[in-house]
Design a protein. Structure first.
Length: 575
């Protein structure tokens, strides 16, 4: 990636890009990649870091949304499960099949509720029983019977279920297990999509920390949040991909819209070895007795708990509440009654806002998760059209981006040159599919580079075939781990800082790596990491200190983690 200074210079040299995308969440990034592949000159900006807003607060699942079937959203679910399979196939190093187990405590509950919800006659959720869940899983399998990317669902009776999960509530009568996908690090997918776009099109320019100031006539005024410099561009069209902030962005451009009905989703990350052992490699997808869906998710060596679904108006002030924490803990006790969980196990929390289509009234869980494009045509006030991207989710970003790109190409009178349907993402290109082939691939790399097999496997699992470039660039340095973090090398940090637009310390700790999310940033590692970052970026001692302070404040403000408590909770636990 050419330097940030050089990219801004290129924008000033060509201030009339065909497309300006505002917002670098997954919808913006997906559209940016698609347009770049078609040869379109496109600029993408975000007032924060890439994938730092709603897209950073996902449940780390790639899923079809089995529960949306009873809302009658069959097209949405069918598209999502097919896109789930494509993402598993197109990014196998970052997205893997995930066994998802549904503990069932009733036979017939929800049997009448499902058709009533489908007809719009019932809004209040209710616990679903075995028959409803079985029917849903059968339909779920049917949507992708030809792709065969993941196995079909299975039902187990009480005896079989307790043999497989001994800590499960003995009141269970069945468990149903179906497959979705897991993406432990969504932000890595986002970065690889951006890198793919840049590799294909040198007229595609991404910039983080550039905000919208105003728009008038043919001109959109931007502000570089790093230098405070103003940048004026005159795009042929604007794509508003600001997620929960779509209406606010439109307002800044003088357009009053009411597109978004946001709902808050919160998550906990726990350091709890026993709970992790209890779920094994399965996600537990569970309904509480009030019918709300919650999940227990194996996030590498941690356990993630989520998610809530609460209507919210202000996307800038979203943090987990104590009531949500209590709700999650009560849910865990119902599924695994003998496992004790409390606030001392929390190493991280995060919350975000789903940018859903605006609706008035009704339960938050009933708001459609489908995606839609709202068009505002050019007039005498603004001489360019605005396409606002509403809704959508991580799983189906590719399909939504394809839809948007086709609309843009039609308006520009350009033809599609490449499809993203079966296009491998980043390090998945050339990555062997089978275990045996993967082992042979690693053996060949070991012959050419002095690195241990176990370490190489770790790198391939994270970076796929991009590991080849890392080995050529850093060689044995990839085996030189941080003194304070044994599963991260100095070379990896250098690569992120030099090539992935790291502006602030939290970009590196919370999004380029998973160190912050997994609660692995100790006082010592924070000093080591900030020192490396400061050295490469030329920070003064004062700047480095201010970046550490900024990170601690973010933990406190956005993640409700008192830093001293955070450090204590990151220590290894026995129970």
């Amino acid at each position: 990636m050419i330097s940030r200074v050089d990219r801004i210079r290129k924008i000033k040299e060509n201030p009339r890009p065909s497309v300006l995308i505002i917002g670098a969440g997954i919808n913006g990034i997906g559209t940016f990649r698609d347009l770049a592949l078609q040869g379109i000159d496109v600029v993408m900006v975000d007032r924060g870091d890439y994938c730092s807003g709603a897209s950073a607060a996902s449940s780390h699942m790639v899923h079809g949304g089995i529960r949306y079937l009873e809302n009658g959203e069959f097209r949405l679910v069918k598209e999502a499960v097919q896109e789930r399979n494509r993402l598993i196939e197109n990014s196998p190093h970052l997205v893997k099949p995930l066994a998802t187990t549904f503990p069932i405590f009733k036979w017939f509950s929800g049997l009448l509720n499902a058709p009533l919800k489908f007809l719009g006659l019932l809004e209040k959720p209710a616990e679903r029983g075995a028959i409803v869940i079985k029917l849903g899983m059968l339909m779920y399998d049917t949507f992708t019977r030809h792709q065969k990317t993941v196995p079909k669902h299975v039902f187990k009776n009480r005896k079989q279920s307790l043999a497989l999960f001994p800590d499960l509530n003995p009141d269970v009568i069945f468990t149903g297990t179906y497959f979705d996908g897991a993406m432990p690090s969504p932000e890595r997918i986002a970065m690889e999509l951006i890198q793919d776009a840049l590799a294909e099109n040198d007229q595609a320019i991404p910039l983080n920390y550039v905000s919208l100031e105003s728009a008038s006539g043919s001109t959109v005024s931007l502000r570089d949040e790093v230098t405070a410099e103003s940048i004026d561009v005159q795009p042929k069209m604007v794509i508003n991909a600001a997620g929960p902030w779509i209406d606010l962005v439109n307002h800044k451009m003088g357009e009053a819209t009411r597109c978004i009905s946001g709902t808050k989703g919160s998550h906990l990350v726990l350091n709890h070895p026993r709970l992790l052992q209890a779920i094994g490699e399965h996600e537990f997808f569970f309904e509480n007795d009030d019918g709300r869906i919650v999940l227990i998710f194996p996030l590498l060596d941690r356990v993630m708990i989520g998610t809530s679904d609460i209507r919210i108006d202000d996307p800038d002030n979203v943090v987990i509440s104590e009531e949500e924490v209590d709700y999650f803990f009560n849910m865990i006790r119902r599924v695994f009654p003998d496992i004790q969980v409390d606030r001392s196990h929390i190493v991280y929390t995060f919350s975000g806002v789903r940018p859903l289509q605006r609706t008035e009234g009704g339960a938050a869980s009933q708001i459609s998760r489908d995606h839609k494009v709202y068009s505002r045509e050019a007039d005498e006030t603004l001489h360019f059209p605005i396409l606002s991207l509403v809704g959508g989710k991580w799983t189906s970003f590719r399909a939504f981006s394809e839809q948007v790109a086709d609309l843009v190409l039609e308006r520009l009178g350009a033809a599609r040159k490449a499809s993203t349907r079966d296009l491998q993402i980043g390090g998945s290109r050339g990555l062997p599919a089978s275990t045996l082939e993967r082992e042979a691939y690693c053996r060949n790399l070991i012959e050419g580079f002095p690195i241990e097999k176990e370490r190489l496997i770790q790198l391939v699992d994270m970076y796929g075939t991009n590991v080849e470039g890392l080995l050529e660039k850093f060689g044995s340095e990839l085996a030189a781990m941080l003194q304070t973090v044994p599963d991260m090398s100095v070379a990896e940090l250098r690569q992120f800082i030099l090539e992935e637009d790291v502006v602030h310390l939290d970009d590196l700790i919370l999004r380029r790596t998973m160190l912050g999310k997994l609660g692995k940033t100790t006082q010592e590692s924070l000093q080591e990491i900030s020192g490396i970052c400061g050295e490469i970026l030329g920070w003064s001692v004062e700047k480095t200190t201010s970046e550490v302070d900024r990170f601690i404040e973010l933990l406190k403000r956005d993640h409700k983690m008192n830093y001293n408590v955070y450090l204590e909770r990151t220590k290894p636990r026995e129970t």
